[in-house]
Design a protein around this ligand. Structure first.
Ligand code: NAD
Length: 333
């Protein structure tokens, strides 16, 4: 396999590129290093990726992608480059059009023209919107996104399907559920809470703390991606079936929702401090609960996430304390 990881300066992309290169794979990293959050944190991640060629390219730049694909001849592409963040999307919708729609379309097109064997791409649990039926299954209706971010993620799934159907480009959409761990994102609750706890600042708990997330530890997410890589969906499982698009979607979560307040309690215990809790209204675009049904993925890759909340928070805090200065500076940038 010759693997392109896009968004490799980001949280999940960095961990994936790191794991792949450690296992001796031929990996190339791409990111535009945008300033949605501190570029210093993205650069620090890239610096850890010694031995991985890095290209500063924006996926909305089709000509640069074309040049890279012509030269490198990738067999596998994992697209983790995107404008992330539900709340940010409420006031900055165009950033999502740029990276998640135009950029993703460009990637589909170069993957098609260069006969990529398998494109994996990040989708999100947010496609389930405010659905009340739990846990979320891949077969559930997903036509009422609660934010423009979620709408672009659902659009990605449909765009990938159409390329699989029309052009036979095998692709797999991964619906991630609140990933956390070392080198995590400063705009997400684990980093926001931990930084406030370290500084003695109050933490904001939206919907008066009545929230639950299917928090999934980063190593478990990476294990699932690594197992999915060599398994491109097949055009038709049996000779008698009708022509079928080689496209699949999987929930990629732990399958056990955790109340936000329990997450805070566990973080407090590990840090040995007590949070000042500010209870707030629900934020626009947000949802109360996420919970992944993981049967479909488990039956394919035979892996169940292993890391408990206590273990995950322990690893996260160990990293946070080691890189305290970098993280706290990133949080104020
Ligand atoms: N972290 C989670 O809990 C979570 C949950 C659901 C879905 N996702 C999705 O997973 C993917 C990775 O998420 P993450 O948490 O690592 O986010 P991240 O923001 O840390 O990483 C994304 C990276 O993509 C890069 N990028 C953005 N637009 C780009 C463009 N136009 N061209 C090139 N690079 C670009 C950014 O600079 C960033 O480094 C995203 O698609 C995100 O929406 C993440």
């Amino acid at each position: 396999m010759k693997i392109l990881v896009t968004g490799a300066a980001g949280f999940i992309g960095f961990h994936l590129a790191d794991r792949l290169v450690r296992e001796g794979h031929n990996v190339v990293a791409l990111d535009n290093l945008n300033d949605y959050y501190a570029v210093s944190l993205k650069q620090a991640r890239v610096e850890q990726l010694s031995g991985v060629p890095f290209h500063r390219i924006d996926i909305s730049d089709l000509a640069s992608l074309e040049t890279l694909f012509t030269r490198e001849r990738f067999t596998h592409v994992v697209n983790l480059a995107a404008q992330a963040g539900v709340r940010h999307s409420v006031d900055h919708p165009h950033e999502y059009g740029h990276s998640n729609l135009t950029g993703f379309l460009n990637l589909l097109d170069v993957c098609k023209r260069h006969d990529v064997e398998h494109l994996l791409y990040a989708s999100s649990s947010s496609v389930y919107g405010r659905q009340k039926t739990l846990p979320f299954r891949e077969t559930d209706p997903v036509d009422q996104p609660a934010s423009i971010y979620a709408a672009t993620k659902r659009a990605n799934e449909m765009m990938a399907y159409s390329y699989a159907d029309l052009h036979r480009l095998p692709s797999t959409g991964m619906r991630f559920f609140t990933v956390y761990g070392p080198w995590g994102r400063p705009d997400m609750a684990p980093c926001l809470f931990a930084a406030s706890l370290l500084r003695g600042d109050p933490i904001e708990l939206f919907n008066h703390g009545r929230m639950a997330r299917d928090f999934t530890y980063i190593d478990d997410v990476i294990e699932c991606i690594v197992r999915l890589l060599p398994l491109p969906p097949k055009p038709a499982p049996t000779p008698n079936l009708e022509r079928r698009a080689p496209h699949e979607i999987y929930n990629l979560g732990r399958g056990k929702p955790i109340a936000l307040l329990d997450f805070v309690d566990t973080l407090e215990k590990r840090l040995g401090t007590t949070a000042i809790r500010h209870f707030k209204q629900m934020q626009p675009g947000d949802v109360e609960q996420t919970w992944a049904d993981t049967h479909k993925l488990r039956s394919l890759i035979h892996y169940t996430p292993q890391v408990t909340l206590e273990q995950g928070i322990d690893h996260f805090v160990t990293w946070l304390l080691e890189y305290r200065r970098l993280v706290l500076e990133a949080m104020t940038a």
